[in-house]
Design a protein around this ligand. Structure first.
Ligand code: PEP
Length: 248
């Protein structure tokens, strides 16, 4: 039985004082046993958030990492630095990073490897643009993202440590959610690809989230669909709505 997960991607929002105020307001209401709740604030807020969340069941996630351990990489943040801020999860391959910061599947693969070496669980985002959905190439694109991002990653890590988030780009921050059928179809396709690449056991263990304009109205049906194990929530994770999404 896969444990459900709700992860909140705060993106580039909330200063330190706003982080403190918001987390103090919601933390007791989202600290639950039966769902893994992950909050992903900015790098600057991570350590403060880890102190506020200490003693709760809420996990801390980062939104990015660099793939080298240390060195002359001005402006970058390493996996050991994230470990030192008590980070458990890290988003990689988010479409905003792929499109605005040229994050390729090859880079995503390197980031996944460094995270796993440092015992941080990657949340690997895959998804297609509207044009790609409308072309006949939709499934090839997702399968290629999976294959290249997971190159040389062993099955134990895929089963136990990697979370995959299906995030259609056209549904991110647009208010347009994929229909339940579209989300379930793609999450099932992803699970089938994992079965082909690894095994049925791995496919049945890996958690696959949906992300793209999840809100209090649509969360329940999405999260409770057969092949969807939870949600990666952007905009709604910055509001009290996040509490309702976790509780549904
Ligand atoms: C996201 O950024 O991962 C996301 C899903 O955003 P939103 O929920 O705002 O569409």
């Amino acid at each position: 039985m896969r444990k459900k997960m709700i992860a909140g991607n705060w993106k580039m929002n909330y200063t330190l004082s706003q982080t403190e105020e918001f987390l103090l307001e919601i933390k007791d209401r989202i600290s639950v046993d039966d769902v893994d709740v992950v909050i992903c604030p900015s790098f600057v807020s991570l350590y403060l958030a880890s102190n506020i969340l200490d003693g709760t069941n809420i996990h801390l996630g980062a939104q990015n990492v660099f793939y080298e351990e240390k060195g002359a990489y001005t402006g970058e943040v390493s996996a050991p630095m994230l470990v030192s801020a008590f980070v458990d999860y890290c988003i990689v391959g988010h479409s905003e990073r792929r499109t605005m910061f040229n994050e390729t599947n090859e880079v995503v693969n390197k980031k996944i490897k460094i995270l796993l070496e440092n015992t941080i669980k990657p949340i690997l985002c895959v998804g297609e643009s509207l044009e790609e959905r409308e072309s006949k190439k939709l499934f090839d694109i997702i399968s290629n993202q999976l294959n290249e991002s997971l190159k040389d990653i062993d099955e134990k890590n895929v089963a136990d440590n990697i979370i995959i988030a299906y995030e259609p780009i056209w549904a991110i921050g647009t208010g347009k959610t994929a229909t339940l059928e579209q989300a379930e179809e793609m999450c099932k396709f992803i699970r089938d690809q994992i079965e082909k690449k690894y095994s049925k056991k791995v496919a049945q263990s890996v958690r696959i989230l949906y992300g793209g304009s999840v809100n209090t109205k649509n969360a329940s049906e999405i999260i409770n669909s057969d092949n969807i194990d939870g949600a990666l929530v952007g905009g709604a994770s910055l509001k009290n709505d996040f509490v309702s999404i976790v509780n549904c």
